[in-house]
Design a binder for this molecule. Structure first.
Ligand SMILES: Cc1cc2nc3c(=O)[nH]c(=O)nc-3n(C[C@H](O)[C@H](O)[C@H](O)COP(=O)(O)O)c2cc1C
Length: 376
C-alpha cells in the first residue's frame, strides 16, 4: 500500500469516538498489516476493568479504517485479539487487499461525526430512517439496534440510565474517574486534544460554577445526602432524553472481547449513518457498563450495579444491553464546540510501549493535553 493511504487510514481512525475522549489506543504497521493496541496509560480505569470501553473505541477505529479503505478501493479484514493470553492489549490486526472501485457512502461522514450533548432536539425520525440505522448495526453478527418506542421499555431505559449516571457521582472512585477527564482550566470557548472540555458538555451558563464545584468529592458527598447525585444524573440523562424524539439501545448476543469490538464497529456505522441523515447523537454508556458485571472493585460497587442490570435485562430480552443512544435533529449546530484529538504521532506504538501492560497507569503529559481553540 502507498504510504499516503496508510497515513489516511490512521487519520480516519483517530477521528473515532471514545469514552471521555480518552483515545485509548495505539497503532503499529507491521509491513502491510496494521496492528491496533490498547494504550495501557489511557485505559483500564474503574469503568474499564475488562476494557469494555477501550474495546468499543477500538471497534469504532476499525470501522473508520474499513470505510476509509473501501473509499480507496481496498477491503479490510480484521483478526480480533491475535494473542489474547500473551498480549491482551493487542486488540486487532488488519490486513488490506485491493478491490475494484467500491461505493463508500459513509466515508464523507467520518470527519463530520461528533457527540452532541445539547437539547432539545426535534423530530420526527421516520420509521424508514430508524430501519436504515438498525440495518447498519445488523451488519455485525449478533448486534442489534432496538428503538425504544413503547412506553414501558422507554421508561425502564430512562430509569436504568438515571440510576447508572447517578452512581457515577455516588462513590469516590467513580466520581474521581469522571471528573479527572474534564479540563476545568479551559474557558467556555476552548476545546481539548484529549479528555473533555467543559464547553462540550452543554451545561447551562448559570449552572457551570456549581458543576465545577462538584469536582470536589467532599462537596459532592455532602450534596449526595440530599439527593445531589440523583439530581445531576437526572439532568445529564433523563432530561435530554425526554427532550429528544428517539432513544435506541444497542444489544449484543455475547460479551467476549471480540464481540464488544464488533459492537464498537456497529456503533460507529450507526453513528456515521445518523450523521448522513443530519441527526445528532449522544451515547450513554454507564447503564450498559454497570450491568455487564465486569466491575469487581471496589467491593461496594457490584451490589449497586445489580439493580441497573435487572432494568437493562428487562429491555434487552435474551441479549445484553450495551449502550443507549439518544438521537434527533439539532437546530443550533453552528454554535456547538467539539472535542479534538491528539497529534497523530502520539498514537504510534513505539518500543517503549512494548512493556506497557506491565507498567502502571500513567497520566497523559501536560503537552499531550494542551488545549486548542476550535469552534465549529
Ligand atoms: C464507548 C463510548 C462511550 C461513550 N459514553 C458516553 C456517555 O456516556 N455520555 C456522553 O455524553 N458521551 C459518551 N461518549 C462520547 C464521547 O465522550 C465522545 O466520543 C468523545 O468525547 C469524543 O468526542 P466526539 O464524539 O465529538 O468526537 C461515548 C463514546 C464512546 C465511544
Amino acid at each position: 500500500m502507498e504510504s499516503e493511504l496508510k497515513q489516511q487510514l490512521i487519520e480516519a481512525a483517530i477521528l473515532a469516538p471514545s469514552a471521555d475522549n480518552s483515545q485509548p489506543w495505539l497503532y503499529r504497521w507491521n509491513d502491510e498489516t496494521l496492528e491496533l493496541w490498547i494504550d495501557n496509560s489511557r485505559s483500564g480505569g474503574i469503568s474499564d476493568q475488562r476494557f469494555v470501553l477501550s474495546d468499543l473505541a477500538i471497534g469504532c477505529c476499525i470501522e473508520n479504517i474499513t470505510i476509509c479503505a473501501h473509499s480507496h478501493n481496498h477491503t479490510c479484514q480484521a483478526t480480533y485479539l491475535p494473542s489474547p493470553d500473551k498480549e491482551p492489549l493487542w486488540a486487532a490486526s488488519l490486513t488490506f487487499l485491493p478491490t475494484p472501485a467500491q461505493h463508500a457512502p459513509l466515508a464523507a461522514s467520518i470527519p463530520k461525526r461528533h457527540t452532541s450533548r445539547s437539547f432539545p432536539w426535534k423530530g420526527p425520525i421516520t420509521a424508514t430512517t430508524k430501519q436504515t440505522l438498525s440495518n447498519e448495526a445488523k451488519k455485525q453478527e449478533g448486534i442489534t439496534l432496538h428503538w425504544l418506542d413503547d412506553t414501558p421499555r422507554y421508561k425502564t431505559a430512562l430509569k436504568a440510565m438515571w440510576l447508572a449516571e447517578s452512581l457515577r457521582f455516588s462513590t469516590k472512585e467513580l466520581h474521581q474517574e469522571l471528573f479527572s477527564s474534564i479540563h476545568f482550566d479551559l474557558d467556555s470557548h476552548s476545546t481539548s486534544q484529549e479528555g473533555l472540555a467543559p464547553a462540550t458538555l452543554s451545561i447551562e451558563p448559570p449552572m457551570r460554577p456549581l458543576f465545577k464545584l462538584l469536582r470536589h468529592w467532599k462537596i459532592m458527598r455532602l450534596l449526595n445526602c440530599v439527593g445531589g447525585n440523583y439530581l445531576v444524573g437526572f439532568r445529564s440523562t433523563v432530561l435530554p432524553t425526554l427532550l429528544s424524539p428517539a432513544l435506541a439501545l444497542l444489544t449484543i448476543k455475547q460479551t467476549d472481547r471480540a464481540s464488544i469490538i464488533m459492537a464498537g464497529q456497529a456503533l460507529q456505522r450507526v453513528w456515521l449513518n445518523a450523521t448522513t441523515h443530519n441527526l445528532s447523537l449522544q451515547p450513554f454508556a454507564a447503564a450498559g457498563i454497570f450491568s455487564l458485571g465486569f466491575i469487581q472493585t471496589p467491593a461496594a460497587l457490584p451490589p449497586r450495579c445489580q439493580k441497573i442490570g435487572t432494568l437493562m435485562q428487562a429491555i434487552s430480552g435474551h441479549h445484553q444491553g450495551l449502550i443507549l443512544l439518544r438521537t434527533g435533529i439539532t437546530t443550533h449546530r453552528s454554535k456547538t464546540i467539539y472535542n479534538q484529538r491528539r497529534p497523530i504521532d502520539s498514537f504510534l506504538k513505539t518500543s517503549t510501549h512494548c512493556q506497557d501492560f506491565l507498567q502502571p497507569r500513567q497520566k497523559p503529559t501536560q503537552q499531550e493535553m494542551s488545549p486548542t481553540k476550535n469552534i465549529k
